[in-house]
Design a protein around this ligand. Structure first.
Ligand SMILES: [Mg+2]
Length: 120
């Protein structure tokens, strides 16, 4: 999978400009839109049990909807990155380096095991 942030960023910029959305696209509004779109994605899963959620790919209509909402989240995230001049690729790798320190493997495994043992 190749994510072409730069190509997507330029597309979104043109798409938004053509529709006079630039004034609406403040960082505040777009950060809120990321949550709105993420909520739309989550809503698809709301009443599914865990097994059903793992098998959504078997339902064409639901899976198409999931892909659309994932794309909406990505659209908004890339738009926010553009508005704030953030290099998403760099931001991602900077953050995972922090996460590696914050969640050392052995400590994280213990926490995961503890969580999975709840109710057993
Ligand atoms: Mg949506």
């Amino acid at each position: 999978m190749v994510i072409e942030f730069s190509k997507m960023k330029n597309y979104i910029k043109d798409f938004s400009k053509q529709r006079n959305w630039d004034k609406l696209h403040s960082p505040k509004n777009i950060s809120m839109d990321i949550v709105v779109e993420a909520t739309e994605l989550m809503d698809i899963f709301t009443w599914l049990d865990i097994e059903q959620s793992k098998n959504v790919k078997n339902n064409f209509e639901i899976f198409e909807h999931i892909k659309e909402e994932m794309a909406d989240v990505l659209f908004a995230l890339i738009r926010l990155a553009d508005l704030l001049d953030v290099d998403l690729n760099q931001a991602f790798w900077d953050k995972v380096k922090k996460n590696e320190k914050k969640y050392p493997v052995e400590k994280a495994k213990l926490i995961a095991e503890k969580i999975q043992s709840i109710g057993k």
